[in-house]
Structure formats: structure tokens, C-alpha cells
Design a protein around this ligand. Sequence first.
Ligand code: GLC
Length: 472
Amino acid sequence: MEWNESTRRSFLKQIGAAGAIAAAAAKADGLSMSGAQNEAAPTSVASQKQAATRDARMKWWHEAKFGMFIHWGLYSIIGQHEWSKEIEGVPIPQYEILAKHFHPKPNAARDWARLAKRAGQKYMVMTTKHHEGFCHWDSKLTDYNAMKQGPGRDLVREFVEAARAEGLRVGFYYSLMDWHHPDGATCKTDEAARRRFVDYTRGLIRELMTNYGKIDVLWYDVSWPLTAEQWESERMNEMVFGLQPDIIVNNRNGLPGDFSTPEQHIQASEVGRAWETCMTLNDSWGFNRGDDAWKTPKQVVDNLATCARGGGNYLLNIGPEPDGSIPPDTLSILESAGKWLEGNGKSIYGADRFKGDWNTNANYTRRGNTLYIHQHYWPGHTPAAEWLSFFQPEVVVAIGGLKAKVLSAKLLRTGQKVDFTQDEFALRLTGMPLKAPDEPATVIEVECDVEPTIDHEEMRSKWPREKVGISV
Ligand code: GLC
């Protein structure tokens, strides 16, 4: 199959639909770890300077683990995914009419920020300009902006103030690709157009980096049709860091930046490289009236744990309606995740990368020598288990191949002590209630003597086979 932009999009759509499957697959193979990234090593003095300050700049972000992505723009009025201009071939003059009819309710961003807070998210990243080219702020460089069109207000300022009011970090999504600007496509082959377009882009980013105080994340997107050299991305980042010394930037301007951005799937980068999975809550980033493929709270919590387990972050998207309202399903799913995090956040925030084998019934996270078992499928009775009395069925959460001595165990939400036995093959958490104590996953906090890891293969070779009852 020829791999072009449209196959890329249908592929993205497919993996969007199969988000849960992708996440499950990532888990089944022990969380896929990518090898070499498709990104060049930093060579310039500026990139080396950014590398030197990276740990300090990213400390809050590593702790945060969970963020809210917001896709909101003129496409929200059409309500058929943020690519509808291209997908449905809407001519620019017709699309521009939407700008006059974009009338968000006052301070819609406050509701998003309050929801993010309730959901346990620690930062927000909003589309300041998506591929459609419409700027959500009071730009001096184009009239195609929220101040001069329908809203008559600076929506970026409202967003920034709303996030800060809830104590959340602020991120700007910015699409380099621009379907509206006259030079947005011709810049690929026309040098004069490229010069104008790169200067325009630089000017817009300068406004964003200058007029809204301290910004925590710059989230570039789609660098088509230019290369990093043509975008002058090094110079662009240098300007960004000159204006916002503490900011972190992603890798979608053709440079490695501070973190990788797997999309619609969970993939850990190599050790030492930060990463963030961005994912839709249904199949669309922008509001899509007919898209009812919502993830369940269980999938959201499990995806979040899978990201935390690989030392990464989870940037989960909402697509507000044209007036900024939050779709009801979005609200209830995020609120459920937030309720779970209220009692189980210790297993997520600040988690370290966990090295260990997979488990279909549970997920794992780790902080130092503490293992968190996220049991999402509760075991129920195990009456046939040999190590239990057949007549006194008991619920046991068993973990094979744990390579650490367990010192104590308890249910994370309630603090209730959990009894256990342990031998060289398994940890068995005994006397558990019949019904799962927590939803969508019960977390058991297990203190170990060293960093816990799980290795099934090692256990396999040690397993005594000489006393098996059935001869081969
Ligand atoms: C893709 C899509 C875009 C979306 C982005 C989020 O690049 O083209 O619509 O904003 O993913 O990561």
C-alpha cells in the first residue's frame, strides 16, 4: 500500500477506533518500547542548552502524568471531526463564514478547567490554531482570529486564565500546517512563499509566547509541507526558549524537543526519553456529533496506568461543542476517572517506570520500592486452586514471578491491611472480599524490599516438574 497523507489519516482513524485494542496490545507485549526514535540527536548549541535544563524544566510534567487536550475551533460548528474541511472538501470562502458564526458562551474554558481539576488532570493543552488556520487569540498578524470574528474575544486569554484559576499548567497546541494561509501549501516549492509563511508562523508563535505570561507547554503539530530546516525549527525553538525559559516543547516541528508524542496508542520511548500518549475519548479530536465510540472509564483508567507504568504521560482529549459546552459523555467519563484518582492517585502521580511482565487481569505501576497492583478484573472464587481448601473458597489475587520480598500490603483507597503468602513463584494476597472493593480497578499497594520487577520466564525455568501427577 502506498503510504501517503490520506492512508495515514485512515490509519489514524482505524487506530483511533481500536484505541483500546492498541492499548491492550501494548500491555500484552509488556508495553511496547520503541527503539531508536525517528529524531535526530541535538547538535546545535541551543539544543544542547535545552538538554542541559531539561530535567529541571520537566520535573512537574513527569509528576503530573495526566493532562487534558482540548480540540476546539470552527470545525466544532460543523461537528464532523476537525478534518472536515479537507474530508468534505469545503472551499475556503465558505469555511470562512463559520468564523462569523462562532459564538462561544462566556468563559467556556472555566468549565473545562474545573472538569480537568475534578478529573485529576494537572495540565491543559488547547488548540490555539488548528490546521484550519483560525487563531483563537487577538493576533495582530491576521484578521482570521477570535477577536476580529464571531467571538469578539481573546479565547486564548480566557483559556489561560481558566487553567491558572484551577492551579493547572498551561499548554498551547499550535499547528504548523495551515490550510487557510495563501502560502500554507505553496511554501513547499516557492521560496518567496516559504519566507513569508515561516515569518508569519514565527510571528504568531512570538505573540503566543509573549502575551500570556508563563506558558508551560508548546505542543507543535503537523509540520507538512516543510522540513525542519525549511521551517528553521532550531531558530524557532531558540526564540521560544528565549521568551519562555522554563517551557517544554514536543517533537512535532521536526526536532526531538523534550518529549515524544505517540498518538492513539501507548508506546514507551527508550529509557531516559520522555513521552506522552495523546488520545481521543471517542474517535475524534474535534467535536463530532455522530461519534459515539466513547471509551469507558475502565479503559481510561487502564490507559492512564499503562502510561504511568512506562514512565509516560496521558494527554486525553475533549472536543467541546461549538459554544464550548462539554459533551455529557465526556463529563461523566472524566468524572469517573477523577473519582478513582481521588483514592488511587498515589499509584499514578510521580510513578517511576516499572519493569515487568504482563497480566491480563491487572496492570502495574511503581514508585520506588512500592508496587501498585491495579486489579481491573477481580478474581472471584478460585475453588480448584491447590493451595486453598476446596471447601473454603477464598478470593486470592496472585502475582507470579515477582522478584522482590514483600514487606506489607494494603488496599490503597481504604488503607485496609491485606494478608499474603509468598514463595519463590508467587505472591498471594489472601482473604480478599468477594466483590471488587473499588471500580474500575482496585489498587493494592505492596511494599517491597527492593525495586519490584516481574519476570515470568525466570519462574518458568525454576518451576519444579519432577513431581507432576501425570506422566508425559
Ligand atoms: C493529528 C491530527 C490532528 C490532531 C492531532 C492530535 O495530527 O491531524 O487533527 O490535532 O493529531 O495529536
